[in-house]
Design a protein around this ligand. Structure first.
Ligand code: ATP
Length: 313
């Protein structure tokens, strides 16, 4: 296929809904994952992340709505397109008495991959090349997660789907997993969909985020947009925003601010010297209606966005 014909999105879901008897796991979800991105899929336990991933992987079928993979949505095309995906959702249980290599060999045969050298190559990518005769049952949790990842990477997928790969890992292993995924994405342009219930765990990794709560996709945003929203600033509301802008530029020598449609100003400088700002505004005769520090942690943004609700369990 000509490069220019390649679709912009690796995955799109349109109006995806999944109803289990009593439980609506997904409600009208329109999600889109751009080629080459690392999409962080954030939601509390039970929010619907695994359900969406299972539907994409063909392990569950939607009640209604469409899945479009690599630009194709016909049933047969989607089945064919799934061969281009690697995933760790409901990943096959590892055989506890087999080594990393032997576990990979089982999967290689199952996937019909001819090239035996793919095993050593893939084990090296995840750093498990030197585990020798050690059976999987003696692996640490981090090693097991990496073996799951190696299995997903067999066959060099273009799109990798990982369901909570850092769940239960210690902070060091989380960092290692992050570096590994960043490398895979950077070196081969592999698109990654990764779920987590901890937003800050995906920070520094994800290029895009989707926030899901009680089956609804509340928001999709880029890492840059999220960073902007959480950026520390002074929130200023005065009776004459245009004149306040002049004061900031003239008296305080800064243009690092934005004026919103409602006239409120986000000033990104002087967050440590608020009194200098309020004094300059007041000295120019401006009436100050609101004034204060703003900006929040990623985690508090997430909690606020989902309305501080309890997990959907
Ligand atoms: N096979 C099933 N039968 C009935 N209900 C289900 C089934 N699978 C999931 N659910 C329900 O659907 C909702 C979404 O579950 P899902 O596993 O997709 O959430 P999640 O965001 O992946 O959470 P977790 O991280 O806990 O797996 C939950 O309320 C769950 O109880």
């Amino acid at each position: 296929m000509d490069k220019s014909d390649e679709p912009e999105f690796v995955l799109r879901t349109i109006g995806l809904t999944k109803q289990y008897k009593e439980q609506t796991a997904l409600r009208d979800v329109d999600l889109s994952i751009r080629k080459g991105s690392i999409y962080g899929f954030i939601g509390q336990n039970g929010a619907g992340k695994s359900t969406l991933m299972k539907i994409v992987a063909g392990l569950a079928s939607p009640t209604s709505g469409t899945v479009e993979l690599f630009g194709k949505s016909g049933d047969e095309d989607v089945v064919r397109a799934r061969a281009r995906i690697g995933m760790t959702i409901e990943s096959p249980a590892l055989f506890p008495y087999l080594t990393a290599y032997e576990n990979m060999e089982v999967q290689r045969r199952q996937k019909g991959i001819r090239d035996r050298t793919a095993i050593d190559r893939t084990l090296a990518i995840v750093g498990l090349q030197d585990t020798g005769r050690k059976p999987a049952r003696e692996f640490s949790l981090g090693m097991r997660q990496r073996l799951d990842l190696a299995i997903a990477l067999l066959g060099e997928p273009e799109f990798l789907i990982l369901d909570e790969p850092t769940n239960g890992l210690d902070p060091m292993s989380v960092v290692e997993m992050r570096d590994l995924l960043r490398r895979l994405n950077g070196e081969s342009g592999m698109t990654v969909l990764i779920s987590s219930h901890i937003l800050s765990e995906l920070h520094l990794l994800a290029t895009h985020y989707g926030i899901i709560h009680r089956g609804r996709l509340l928001e999709q945003l880029t890492a840059q947009e999220l960073g902007d929203k959480c950026r520390q600033h002074l929130h200023i509301k005065v009776d004459d925003p245009a004149r306040a802008a002049e004061v900031l530029a003239r008296e305080l020598g800064t243009t690092e601010f934005e004026t919103a449609e409602d006239g409120s100003i986000r000033l990104f400088r002087y967050t440590e010297e608020p009194i200098r700002v309020s004094s300059a505004l007041a000295a120019s005769g401006l009436g100050i209606e609101q004034f204060g520090p703003m900006g929040e942690s990623l985690e508090s943004y997430f909690v606020r966005r989902i309305g501080g609700a309890a997990p959907n369990e």
